[in-house]
Design a protein around this ligand. Structure first.
Ligand SMILES: Cc1ncc(COP(=O)(O)O)c(C=O)c1O
Length: 478
């Protein structure tokens, strides 16, 4: 059935534009979605690759031209604004759905998760009080209990989880929980991070006013347990005073720290353990790969991002805690959101579920995805990208013109043209970016620069991997 597009008056004050919610919302959205989807297709066709051609200046010029006057006296109407700006942003996108866009932990979102995210935007629940999000908060509670049990096991409700904006916020919260636990015993915590840890952990320590973290060597790309033991033995302070942070899925190489050894050391020294599994935790869904995370359940807190190995549009971060009571310190009162008498009368108190106030219902898209695909469906996606990474590594290793860093632990492959110097590696990457032909990352490991392919696209095929290598091979200094 054809639906007439809503009319946009010349004077927007005379009649407000239609809303996304309510019984009429879907009717108003339908034609706008048609325009939006057409503009997405138009932009992708114009780009015709993983990245726009021409580098920053060309992209900026295209965007400026489409945007024109961004705050005109008279608006151009919904159809024109959606068409021109969505098409311009799509034409200038780095598209992780293209198999040759493989630089970062930047996954292609599943269509079904994106559809659920549209529903979240239309309903616009805000997760800071029950009267703004009755069903969305109930669904979030089910989801966080499910994910906490998935990571930590144990009896029902022993563990808990919070939805976050990603690994950065999860790591900040983990340090905050450690700080508060140490403070309860009159201590300031000392944070230990591997030399391979994500930069957000050091930043979190700075933000929270904690001492500069102690760096534990990671000579082979993973935290060295002997060095951790030494650091925990030598650092002054009573048990309960240390927070060890380990990584399951390093940003640069996708490597997994020896979690069981680290958990044992933490138990011996009475240290709290946080595992940044922002990348690696998705392996839990795979029967083939979940053994790589042995010991993860023993962590006091775990960061996991479903906008990495989980195919969600950003943001879909989660922080799990093994002891649900650890989250009590986040409790907070604001009379307009969780007055004592409302809570006593049975209205759920949501304010302690985040440090944010207004908060999107990111739980909806995650819950829809878990339910639609199930453990088997998600596990198959994980297996697929891990298989592709292994195949790409084999291709590199078999090619006399390339050097492979190591076999991938998850889905990251580091490689470099043999005999190339570091400047040449950077040049190759930038040339591919400017040509718009491939998006590869870079990493500095073992004192050398490497090209990084982070394979997160389950639709990538062997022919794409061969094409990627051919592109790099064909990029010599000009
Ligand atoms: C290991 C690790 N932890 C944390 C983060 C930060 O995650 P986000 O960008 O979602 O905040 C990243 C980002 O790539 C990461 O690789």
């Amino acid at each position: 059935m054809l639906v007439a597009p809503p009319e946009y008056p010349e004077d927007p004050m005379s009649s407000p534009p239609p809303l996304a919610g309510g019984p009429q919302g879907p009717q108003a959205l339908r034609p706008l979605l048609e325009t939006t989807l057409n503009a997405l297709a138009e932009g992708a066709t114009e780009r015709d690759g993983p990245l726009p051609r021409g580098g920053p200046a060309a992209v900026e010029a295209r965007v400026r031209e489409a945007a024109g006057d961004l705050l005109p006296a008279q608006g151009t109407g919904a159809d024109d604004a959606l068409r021109t700006l969505v098409a311009a942003v799509a034409a200038g996108a780095a598209d992780p759905a293209n198999p040759l866009c493989a630089a970062h932990l930047h996954c292609p979102p599943l269509a079904l998760a994106t559809a659920a995210d549209l529903a979240a935007s239309a309903l616009n629940p805000s997760m800071d009080s029950w009267d703004q999000a009755p069903a969305a908060s109930a669904l979030e509670a089910l989801l966080t209990a499910t994910l906490a049990a998935e990571v930590h096991g144990g009896p029902p409700d022993a563990a808990d989880a919070l939805i976050t904006t990603g690994g950065t916020e999860s790591n900040q919260l983990a340090l905050l929980l450690a700080r508060e636990q140490a403070a309860a015993h009159g201590h300031h915590p000392h944070v230990l991070v591997g030399a391979n840890a994500h930069h957000s952990l050091r930043r979190a320590a700075w933000l929270l006013g904690l001492p500069e973290p102690v760096t534990v060597p990671a000579p082979a790309g993973v935290l060295d347990p002997a060095a951790l033991d030494e650091a925990l033995t030598e650092l002054p302070g009573p048990p309960g005073h240390f927070l060890v942070t380990a990584t399951a899925g390093t940003t640069d190489a996708g490597l997994i720290d020896p979690l069981t050894d680290i958990a044992d050391l933490c138990a011996t020294h009475g240290a709290r353990l946080h595992v940044d599994a922002a990348y690696g935790a998705g392996l839990l869904f795979s029967d083939v790969h979940k053994t790589k995370l042995h010991g993860l359940d023993r962590a006091d807190s775990v960061a996991l991002d479903l906008h990495k190995l989980g195919w969600q549009p950003a943001a879909a971060g989660v922080l799990t805690v093994r002891a649900a009571a650890d989250l009590d310190v986040l409790g907070h009162r604001a009379d307009y959101l969780n007055a004592d008498d409302d809570t006593e009368a049975g209205l759920p108190d949501l304010l302690g579920r985040s440090l944010r106030t207004t908060r999107r219902p990111d739980a909806l898209k995650i819950a829809v995805t878990l339910k639609a695909l199930g453990r088997t469906g998600l596990g198959a996606l994980v297996d697929q990208v891990c298989d592709r990474a292994r195949e790409f590594a084999d291709l590199v290793a078999a090619h006399p013109g390339f050097e492979l860093y190591d076999k991938p632990a998850i889905s990251t492959v580091l490689f470099r043209p043999a005999d190339a110097d570091d400047d040449h590696i950077a040049y190759v990457r930038r040339t591919l970016l400017t040509d718009g032909t491939a998006v590869l990352g870079r990493a500095q490991l073992d004192g050398r620069r490497w090209l990084k392919a982070t394979l997160l696209n389950p639709h990538t095929g062997p022919e794409d991997l061969a094409a990627l290598l051919t592109l790099v091979e064909g990029t010599s200094p000009r």
